[in-house]
Design a binder for this molecule. Structure first.
Ligand code: CDT
Length: 307
C-alpha cells in the first residue's frame, strides 16, 4: 500500500476588514492540528488569504491590487512556510497572484515541506462577469480581476509524505464543474487532485431560481464524478460561512477513486477533515473501466476541442 494522510483545511469566513495576518494565524493553527493528526498534505481553499474580493466592484482595477500577492512567500505568508518546514507537511494554497509583469491570476501552488513550490496552477474557468451587473444581487467579478490561466492543467510527480512519488494536480473552484478539466488531469494519471473553492449558498445571478439544497449537490456531484471517472483521490477545501454578509456553503470533502466521500466538514468554521488514502486504489479504475488506452474513442470526441 502507498498510504498518504491528507487533509482539507476548511476556513470559516474572512471579513473584508481583516488582514492577511488574521487568516495566516488561523491557517498555522490548522497546520498544528494537522501535525497532531499525522497529516502529510494540507489543502487550503481558493483565495485563502483574504475575503472573496471578486464580490466587490472597483471601477479602477488597480485599486484591487491590494488583494494580490506580488511574492510568495512574503513577510505575511512566511509563517505558513515555516510551519510546513517545522511539521514536515506539504501544503496547497490558493491566492491572488500578481506577476512581476503586472499580470493577474487566480492561482494555487503546491508547496513541499522544504518550502519549494513544486507545482503552480492558474484557474482556467473564470465564472462571473467583467463589468458591474445591476441585475445581480452580489457581483462576481472574476472576469474583471483575473486573466484566464495560461499553464493548462499540469500534473507533476512529486515526493509526498511517506507514499513516495505521487501524481498531483490542481483545479480551482469553478473548474470542478467541467469534466474536461478533470479528464485532462486524468490523462496524466493524476492520483491526487487538490482544489479550493468559494461558493455562495445562493445563485446570485438573479436570472432564475435555483433551490438552495442543489448548490451543495452540484458541488459534490462534480467532485465525486471527477474522481470516479478519472480514478483519483480529490481533496476539496471550502471557504465557509457568512463573509461580508454573504453566505458560502462550505461542505468540504475528501473523495476516493470510487467517487465515495471519505470525510466531510460539518461546520461553517475553520475545520480540518482528514482521510488515509491508499493510492493503489487509483489502479482499479485506471486498469479496468477507465483504462483510457483500451476504451477511449477520441475519434468521436472532436466537438470537445472544436472552437
Ligand atoms: N469561486 C468560484 O469559482 N465560484 C463559483 C461560483 C459560481 S457563481 C458565479 C463556483 O463555480 O463555485
Amino acid at each position: 500500500a502507498r498510504r498518504l494522510t491528507v487533509a482539507a483545511a476548511q476556513l470559516g469566513p474572512i471579513q473584508k476588514a481583516e488582514g492577511r495576518d488574521v487568516a495566516v494565524g488561523r491557517m498555522v493553527r490548522l497546520m498544528e492540528r494537522a501535525h497532531q493528526r499525522g497529516v502529510e498534505v494540507v489543502v487550503f481553499p481558493e483565495l485563502a488569504l483574504t475575503t472573496f474580493f471578486p464580490r466587490w466592484y472597483e471601477e479602477d482595477r488597480a485599486a484591487a491590487d491590494n488583494w494580490f500577492e506580488a511574492a510568495l512567500p512574503s513577510n505575511e505568508t512566511a509563517p505558513l512556510f515555516e510551519a510546513a518546514r517545522k511539521y514536515g507537511i506539504a501544503f496547497h494554497l490558493g491566492y491572488a497572484e500578481k506577476t512581476p509583469e503586472g499580470r493577474h491570476f487566480n492561482t494555487a501552488v503546491f508547496v513541499h515541506p522544504s518550502g519549494e513550490i513544486v507545482l503552480k496552477y492558474r484557474k482556467v474557468h473564470l465564472p462571473g462577469h467583467a463589468e458591474y451587473d445591476p441585475v445581480r444581487k452580489v457581483q462576481h467579478l472574476e472576469k474583471r480581476y483575473f486573466e484566464v490561466g495560461d499553464l493548462g492543467f499540469p500534473v507533476v510527480r512529486a515526493p509526498v509524505g511517506g507514499a513516495g512519488p505521487v501524481n498531483v494536480g490542481m483545479l480551482i473552484c469553478n473548474d470542478r464543474r467541467w469534466p474536461e478539466a478533470w479528464r485532462v488531469l486524468g490523462l496524466q494519471s493524476v492520483e491526487l487532485v487538490m482544489l479550493g473553492y468559494n461558493t455562495p449558498s445562493l445563485n446570485m445571478d438573479n436570472r432564475g431560481f435555483e433551490a438552495h439544497h442543489l448548490r451543495v449537490l452540484h458541488s459534490h456531484l462534480s467532485i465525486q464524478a471527477g474522481c470516479y471517472q478519472n480514478a483519483t483521490f480529490g481533496v476539496a477545501a471550502a471557504k465557509a460561512g457568512v463573509e461580508d454578509g454573504h453566505e458560502l456553503f462550505g461542505h468540504s470533502i475528501i473523495v476516493n477513486p470510487q467517487g465515495e466521500i471519505m470525510a466531510q466538514a460539518t461546520s461553517w468554521d475553520d475545520e480540518l477533515i482528514t482521510a488515509d488514502c491508499d493510492l493503489e486504489m487509483c489502479r482499479l479504475g485506471r486498469e479496468t473501466i477507465f483504462n483510457f488506452a483500451a476504451h477511449r474513442r477520441v475519434e468521436a470526441y472532436a466537438r470537445i476541442t472544436a472552437q
